[in-house]
Design a protein around this ligand. Structure first.
Ligand SMILES: [Fe+2]
Length: 250
């Protein structure tokens, strides 16, 4: 059935990810998991390092890492992390909304309250010759990794490794889809103390071993960003109605 102009306009607004060129020429990448990067403050890195205690709950039975120790965050640490990273996570959420709707939908803090719900957080203590096999994180919408410590002297190992055509020692690699022409399928990150990455929990990733003696310490947190109406009397709306409300103001 043919829709009249008004119905078509309404439909286009609701179906948010219809591509609309804004310029005479555009090159764009509409398909990709979204990764956010932030440099954490030195004081936050120090706080997390000082919070780590070897008596914390052993979280390794839930994880795939072939590493020395994986220690679960306390509830208090979950909260400290969510408070510290909250505003950046909302920037990430905003970017993701815009990206996945081709610029037509954004977060609406005037209508919704957004919340970061932590499922679990943990420290990863990886030493020389240890590694983390390819995996995804289950039970949450998003996950992240932050770097807290590196072995003394790892820069020399990296200087040597970077002479090779494919350096990877101690790096994290994200993998998505499969190799194809004009399509990115993976990326590597060289960890630096203070680096923080947020990514969709179902994005495959792995960590390569390194040779330098000492600890490469990181943390991960699994979490979900949820939105609830500020106006508690508001009746539940369909997904299409919610999407329309979240449309970017033109
Ligand atoms: Fe992981």
């Amino acid at each position: 059935m043919l829709l009249n102009k008004t119905e078509n306009e309404v439909k286009e607004k609701i179906m948010a990810n219809i591509y609309t060129p804004k310029d005479e020429e555009e090159i764009f990448a509409p398909f990709s998991p979204i990764i956010g990067y932030k440099k954490m403050s030195p004081s936050f890195v120090e706080k997390l390092n000082n919070s780590m205690d070897e008596k914390m709950e052993d979280w390794s039975p839930n994880l795939v890492g072939k590493v020395t120790q994986e220690l679960k965050f306390t509830k208090e640490l979950d909260k400290i992390w969510a408070t510290e990273m909250g505003s950046f996570l909302m920037k990430y959420q905003s970017h993701a909304e815009l990206y996945t709707s081709l610029g037509k939908r954004n977060i609406q803090p005037d209508i919704f309250d957004y919340r970061v719900d932590v499922t679990s957080g943990w420290f990863v203590r990886q030493f020389e010759n240890e590694y983390n096999p390819i995996h995804v994180h289950l039970g949450s919408m998003l996950s992240c990794v932050g770097y807290l410590k590196l072995p003394d002297g790892i820069d020399e190992e990296w200087d040597e490794d970077y002479k090779d055509h494919h350096p990877a020692n101690g790096h994290i690699q994200f993998v998505y889809g499969h190799a194809a022409n004009h399509t990115g399928s993976n990326c590597l990150m060289k960890p630096q103390v203070g680096d923080f990455y947020v990514f969709p929990a179902h994005l495959h990733h792995l960590v390569y071993p390194f040779k330098t003696k000492g600890e490469r310490r990181s943390f991960s947190v699994n979490f979900t960003i949820s939105a609830t109406y500020k106006d508690q009397t508001q009746e539940a709306k369909s997904y299409a109605e919610q999407e329309k409300e979240m449309e970017v103001a033109k």
